[in-house]
Every structure is written in C-alpha cells, then in structure tokens.
Design a protein around this ligand. Structure first.
Ligand code: HH2
Length: 300
C-alpha cells in the first residue's frame, strides 16, 4: 500500500424507528443541520424561536443538503469561560413546548432522520413518541432515566464527552493527555449505555469540542481524531462556529465559516461519520471538493 492509498472505510447501518436505516461511513460525513429553537444559543439564539421560523429554517437546511436535522430547545453553551455563567437551564415543559410543534410539522413533511438535542429523558421520550428518530445527548446519559428511554425506543443515541456541570465546565479544565482521556471516558460512556440496555451498534460517540476543553485541547482532538475513530463507533463532530475557531480568527460566531470548514476537513480526514453544522450549503460544497480529491486515486 502506498502512503496515499486509503484505508478500508469503516461503515455502519444504524436502525431508526419504524425499521428505517441510516448508513454511515468513516470519512464521508453526513451533515446534521442545526436548528436551535432557543432564545440564547451562542451563534443564532433567538433567530428560530418562533415555530414558523424554525420550520422554515429546517426546510432551508434540507434544501441545502442536510441529511439529518438536529432540533434543540435548550442552549448548552458552557459556563465558566467566554460565555460567562453559560446557558440557563430550561424546564422540560418549556423545552417540549418549543420542540413539539416544530418536530410534528417537520415529521409530517420530511423522511430524513430527525435528532433531538436534549439532556432530559422526559423530553426524549415525548419527542420519540412524536416521531423523532434519534437522541443527541450532550450529557451522555446524565439523566438516570435516559438510557432506559433510548433502550426502550431502540433508537440510535449520540453520547458526547463533557466533564462536570455545564454551568462551570470551562472554569477548571484539567487533562494530562486530552486525547487518551477523552477516548477512555467515551469508552466508559458507551459501556454505561450498553449496561442500560442500548445496543452498542446504535451508539454514536462525540468528543464534545468546546465542552470543558481549551482551544489547544479542541484542536488536538480534531488533529488526532483517528485515535477516537479507533474506538470503533461512528463519530459525530460539532465544531461549527465554535469559540476555539473564533479565537484564532478573532471573529464573532456568524463570521467563522472559514474556521468551520477547516475543522470539517480535519474531521472528515480523521474519520468522522457525522458533522453537526449551521452552514449546510457551504459545508456540502466544500466537502464535495474535499471528497473528490480524497478519493481521486480510486477514480483516476
Ligand atoms: N454542540 C452544541 C450543541 N449540541 N451536540 C453534539 N453532539 N455535539 C456538539 O458539539 C454540540 C451538540 C453547541 O452548539 P449550538 O447548538 O449551536 O449552540 P447552543 O448549545 O448554544 O444552542
């Protein structure tokens, strides 16, 4: 094998509710379009809070090439760093009041998988009953009932790495070897999911860029993603518009696209299977060229 030859690609087939399937491949990431139905998300808080605005934004992202949608109704921007005290906690009934009208309208119109970005088992359960396909849990089963809810639905789940509480996690960051420790803690989260009755093949792992990590630690995780890909589960990467890109570019969240694209390239090269992005059209076009170059030797 020459230095430029590609390794065989790892693939997965996740089972969605209703017997549908979601095929994933390492290094050929599918795009998960972010719809923040929140007043306070770090990059677009308040823009899509009204159901009609959120629905329109979701349909636009699908038009632009999103292959999945990620609906969230509670900002998770961490406290203790650039975001001050971090996001306010949202009671489950408020989270559901924001999510359900949008989810129901989109479910009636779209076939593509819809993920719910929530840390609460009650919210996950109600949304799965209303037609959601998978759960994106940034607390990796922090709610003691989440494992049971996901296992009962049989749906896929994203388990994201984070340490400590959202409100303070940027304040006391301490890793000796961020890549090794995140890998070890993701493995433990996956084991906990399996112990709760979730099938291992339904678990997606995410290093949680920006969650309790410094800029250099986020960058190291991206550069050394193959070490996390070696865990054998599909990887989701959420780097889009994050402050570790902004601190290099000296740019506000809506002016970080070049950084988001650089991160997307590293994520794809490192074996990501899913990218969570705000700028779907641009990322789609960027990755089309990146992919064509990456696979040139196969076609030429
Ligand atoms: N990042 C955010 C939210 N959810 N989920 C996963 N799996 N991975 C991530 O990196 C991730 C995530 C933060 O981004 P955003 O939703 O745009 O902002 P906010 O949390 O302020 O709503």
């Amino acid at each position: 094998m020459t230095a430029t030859e590609r390794q065989p690609t790892a693939t997965w087939s996740l089972e969605l509710p209703g017997g549908r399937r979601l095929g994933l491949a390492a290094g050929r990431p599918r795009l998960l379009g972010v719809v923040n139905i929140t007043p306070d998300s770090f990059s677009d808080g308040g823009r899509w809070l009204a159901p009609a605005a959120a629905i329109e934004q979701a349909l636009r992202l699908v038009e632009e090439g999103a292959e999945l949608l990620d609906l969230g109704a509670e900002s998770t921007r961490p406290g203790g760093g650039v975001y001050g005290n971090g996001a306010a906690e949202v009671p489950p009934e408020d989270e559901l009041a924001r999510l359900l009208p949008v989810l129901e309208a989109l479910r009636a119109r779209l076939e593509i998988p819809i993920s719910i970005d929530t840390r609460k088992a009650e919210v996950a359960e109600r949304c799965l009953a209303a037609g959601a396909d998978l759960i994106n849990d940034v607390s990796a089963l922090g709610d003691p009932r989440m494992g049971e809810v996901v296992a009962a639905a049989g749906c896929p789940v994203v388990l994201m790495h984070a340490r400590g509480e959202l409100a303070t996690m940027q304040a006391a960051i301490s890793f000796r070897d961020v890549v090794a420790e995140v890998a070890q803690e993701l493995r433990s989260s996956r084991d906990a999911g399996v112990a709760a009755g979730i099938r291992r093949e339904q678990i997606v792992l995410d290093p949680g860029l920006g969650f309790g990590k410094t800029g250099p630690q986020n960058r190291r995780l991206l550069r050394e993603l193959p070490a996390l890909a070696a865990l054998g589960s599909p990887l989701l990467i959420g780097a889009s518009r994050k402050s570790f890109l902004g601190e290099i570019l000296a740019a506000p969240p809506d002016d970080r696209l070049p950084g988001s694209l650089a991160a997307a390239a590293w994520a794809a090269a490192g074996g990501a299977a899913l990218l969570r992005v705000h700028d779907v059209a641009e990322t789609r076009r960027f990755l089309a060229v990146w992919q064509a170059i990456a696979e040139a030797e196969v076609a030429a």
